[in-house]
Write a protein that binds this ligand. Structure first.
Ligand code: IPD
Ligand code: CA
Ligand code: CA
Length: 257
């Protein structure tokens, strides 16, 4: 039942995205520059909530636009109704619904669904990760020097030492291809699918990463903070890789190269 609720909730959000995509919708700004939220984000969130609240009215919810719906349940749904809103608002089909389910502080299931390129990623703790029902695995790349990486930039906080721009510049100057897609959930899934060898970002929120984190781990990858400690979605830093380039990428991110 939990799995069915998760899938139906993601489908409900994805239907809303498809409904609004490339059409007319209201866009407003949040904190930072060009940190957009659209009518579609709110509508997707509402559709996802309807499914979850109907099936599990007592469960805790953490969602980007609505914030927290606090209960004393040991189940928590962590929702990004549209990850990649700037892409969505420009008609760029790199955006998705991301929903994770946490039980007693551990991620047990996650979905990332991009209906525009028909990619449905699912993972369940201990059962592997899949793309459209086919098992996926991380890549076998062993060196950052020949890796293909992806990152994202926060809407604020760019210029610190070892901050987003400095790390990006260091890698690019060394000839490492680093892409910037604009959706952290897609970035993580593309690491899980072996398209990228690694991903790092300096400032994510739980709803950006919770589902993708489980999907990467279940695809055989490693996800940590910048010290190498197993990732928690409740702190900002993330490095997610195929495992083999993890320590080397951590060194690059921390400036120890
Ligand atoms: C954003 C995307 C982007 C990341 C930002 C996030 P949103 O989420 O995941 O890739 O770089 O930090 O805020 O605002 O499109 O849901
Ligand atoms: Ca997001
Ligand atoms: Ca969002």
């Amino acid at each position: 039942m939990l799995k069915s609720t998760l899938i139906r909730a993601s489908e409900a959000g994805a239907r809303i995205m498809q409904h609004y995509f490339q059409g007319e919708f209201k866009i407003s700004n949040k904190e930072g520059i060009n940190n957009l939220v659209t009518e579609a984000d709110y509508a997707s969130e509402k559709a996802i909530f309807e499914v979850i609240k109907n099936d599990y009215p007592d469960h805790f919810i953490l969602s980007e636009e609505a914030g927290e719906i606090v209960t004393n349940s040991n189940y928590k749904w962590i929702i990004d109704p549209i990850d990649g809103t700037v892409n969505f608002a420009h008609g760029i089909p790199i955006c998705c619904v991301s929903i994770a389910l946490e039980q007693d502080g551990e991620m047990i299931m996650g979905v990332v669904y991009n209906p525009f390129i028909n990619e449905f990623y699912f993972a369940q703790k201990g059962y592997g990760a899949s793309l459209n029902d086919k098992k996926i695995r991380v890549s076998g790349e062993t060196s950052v020097g020949s890796a293909c990486l992806v990152t994202g930039f926060p809407y604020t906080y760019l210029d610190q030492p070892n901050g987003p721009l400095e790390v990006f510049s260091r890698l690019i100057r060394n000839g490492v291809p680093v892409r910037r897609l604009g959706s952290a959930a897609m970035d993580l899934c593309w690491v899980a699918a072996g398209r990228f060898d690694g991903f790092y970002e300096h400032k994510l929120q739980a709803w950006d990463s919770a589902a993708g984190f489980l999907i990467v781990e279940e695809a055989g990858g490693r996800v940590s903070d910048f010290t190498g400690k197993r990732y928690s979605p409740y702190q900002p830093h993330i490095v997610a890789t195929n495992g083999k380039i993890h320590d080397e990428l951590l060194n690059c991110v921390n400036g120890n190269v």
